[in-house]
Design a protein around this ligand. Sequence first.
Ligand code: GRF
Length: 223
Amino acid sequence: MTTPLPRVAVLASGRGSNLAAMLEARGRGELPVEFVLVGSDKADAGALRLAEAANIPTLALDPRVYPDRRAFDLDLFARVAASGAEWLVLAGFMRILDGEALTPWVGRVINIHPSLLPKYRGLHTHRRALAAGDLEHGASVHFVTAELDGGPVIAQARLAIAAGDDEHQLAQRLLPLEHRLLPAVLNLLASKRLQWDGHAPRFDGRPLLTPLMLGDEGLRAAE
Ligand code: GRF
């Protein structure tokens, strides 16, 4: 009898290039998981089309038909749970989540954010890094809490800002790093090398005191 693969749901609001990266990593044998659901708050999200093409069940829920955010989130999470997902990845899901809906999922939801958190939570991260005159920028994957982009940071990818970079160029250069970072972190989570019970995240049984770094060979402990 073969061991069942860890079951993963993904939520995305947009084009879904991070979803595509996870599917490609799975296809290369680098991410042994089963994607059981791709959900979105936007019926026209590219991520849903990618999921359909990959024969992954999809779900589109319109927040406007719910009385409030909490009602939407509780229904969304009930459906994610019903999919059998053990893990949930937010890959460009542009909503803040309700704490009550998240409680049963603590330590099982990760998000990718295009900044070196705790810098630049929220939107327009590339523009804000440039405006601040930062010399480097990057992306973070963190455990999700009800605080916007606020849970413990697991891993980061760093990128030097070049003279003359504009917002678009920076976003374009960062995206390939995001596409390596997210599958690598999901793999650690689904294989239970990475754990968070709401106190301190642990990696390979030891407290994760500083975020892992994405290098040429994948994720490594920060120096
Ligand atoms: C990515 O930049 C991600 O970091 C951010 O939203 C964007 C989603 O892009 N949270 P895509 O839909 O995965 O292409």
